[in-house]
Design a protein around this ligand. Sequence first.
Ligand code: URA
Length: 240
Amino acid sequence: MERLQKVMAEAGVASRRASEKLIAAGRVTVNGKTVTQQGVKVTKNDQVAVDGVPIKHEPLKYFLLNKPRGVISSAHDDKGRRTVVDILKEDGVEERIYPVGRLDYDTTGILLLTNDGDLANKLMHPKFEVEKTYIAKVRGVLTNREMKQLRQGVMVDGRKTKPAKTKLLEAADDWQSSRVRLTIHEGRYHQVKRMLKAVGHPVMKLHRETYDTLNLVGLPSGGQWRELRPQEVKKLKNLV
Ligand code: URA
């Protein structure tokens, strides 16, 4: 037996909180009867519907993708561009999965995809502060002072970013560019690009290396993916 809003969230209907609102609004039925009370428990055999449309109980799946450049981090694109979900679909994945958070069109690297709406919503919530590591190639070479500014927080959209870890990896021979590792817990829009721009070093290339303890070992580059191992899923669940 599971709480109705949890079952709805896991089926990818909406977050638990948004599901509670759907229940309160009288839009949810269990075995044909409208339920407006919170906390009702259901089993997998109960027929749950939202606005009359039955929710699907797919097996929960978790994938790790090495996102290539030039692909959209969403399930659909209005302009018909290739999405991260298309990559897995082309390889035969049939579940209604979607990415956990976003990487920009031109950003490469580690991206989690799942149909476990409940876990996805939690992982994306700033409260849980999942640690992510990025490697950025930037214009110019960062000074020690700029590295310190990044560590302490810089102003992005009128709000200071949370403390970050930084490491200068290398400077190009001509001193025109450098590579820096940045570890952050937040996931604000274009966060890494905006942080580096704020200290005067626009990003030329961006790659995400790790997501919590997950990394890209065994997933060389450009659209390779694998399913998460059960203990990796467990670790993510324990995190939130
Ligand atoms: N920060 C960015 O600026 N872009 C990404 O794709 C991810 C983090």
